[in-house]
Design a protein around this ligand. Structure first.
Ligand code: NDP
Length: 251
């Protein structure tokens, strides 16, 4: 946990960073924060109007001109990821980072009532989609001198909990993928791969999971950005295959 990290203003200067689920919640805060620290941010998400708002905010703050990449992990095909790689190759020639942040909660349900379609949907958005997107973008990451892949996990991706179903399983799968990919790339490339659990954070997803909770008791997405910046920036170079938390443990 690097919550006390104070990044220099130019931490990500010249870097090209893709953020998925950049239109809302933690992804939105990360996109704004990365741009404020000098990155050219590629904003990926399914709701274009939200991405456009983030785009405008970055421009208004004087950040490097971002790019918008509309994509819905639910319907996206391998060809979409390949086309995406070709577009980014043409526009930028490389990628210095990916923050895999887009996520779907599904519904907290006892397993014997869990809807199989919803299960597939959550696995698609939280795990399978990001995996195949990463495969397509790997050549672009390898073209970078120092690339960081951050996979978003959760406390239920490290210890299972009743009723969390596909969401928890997708996060466990994410942790496994992180270890496999990190181990494969270590010593061979300048691409590092780590997982990051944001911890309880004031967003729409958290509100859906805990409707009775007072949101004011939670940290905001902005407050958890130090770890997101540290892991994306040059100071975490050489760190790979590790699990991080964006907030200190409670208690
Ligand atoms: P939000 O629901 O606020 O934001 C999720 C983002 O993912 C939205 O921008 C959403 O787009 C996007 N998204 C959802 N489905 C798709 C899809 N099919 N294709 C493309 N984009 C999609 O969630 P948070 O900001 O809270 O969560 C961010 C990440 O952090 C997630 O991976 C979540 O699992 C994880 N997390 C969050 C915690 C918390 O307390 N908030 C705790 C632990 C982990 P749109 O805006 O269009 O819906």
């Amino acid at each position: 946990c690097k919550i006390d990290y104070r990044p220099p203003a130019d931490l990500l200067a010249g870097r090209i960073v893709l953020v998925t689920g950049a239109g809302d919640g933690i992804g939105r805060a990360a996109a704004l924060s990365y741009a404020r620290h000098g990155a050219t941010v590629i904003l990926l998400g399914r709701t274009i109007a939200k991405l456009e708002k983030v785009y405008d905010e970055i421009e208004a703050a004087g950040g490097a001109q971002p790019a918008i990449f509309p994509l819905n992990f639910e319907g996206a095909t391998l060809k979409d990821y390949q086309d995406m790689a070709e577009t980014l190759e043409r526009e930028f020639g490389r990628l210095d980072g990916i923050l895999h942040n887009a996520g779907l909660l599904g519904r907290l349900t006892p397993f014997d009532q869990y809807n199989p379609q919803l299960w597939e949907q959550v696995m698609q958005v939280n795990f399978n989609g990001p995996v195949w997107m990463t495969q397509a973008l790997l050549p672009l990451l390898k073209a970078s001198e120092d690339a960081s892949v951050i996979l978003t996990s959760s406390s239920v991706g490290r210890r299972g909990r009743a009723f969390w179903g596909a969401y928890a399983v997708s996060k466990f799968a994410t942790e496994g993928f992180m270890e496999v990919l990190a181990d494969e790339l270590e010593n061979l490339t300048a691409v590092r791969v780590n997982s990051l659990n944001p911890g309880a954070t004031r967003t729409q997803m958290r509100r859906s999971a805990y409707p009775a909770e007072d949101p004011d008791t939670l940290r905001t997405p902005e407050e958890i950005m130090p770890t997101y910046l540290w892991l994306m920036g040059p100071e975490s170079r050489g760190v790979t295959g590790q699990r991080f938390d964006a907030q200190p443990p409670k208690g």
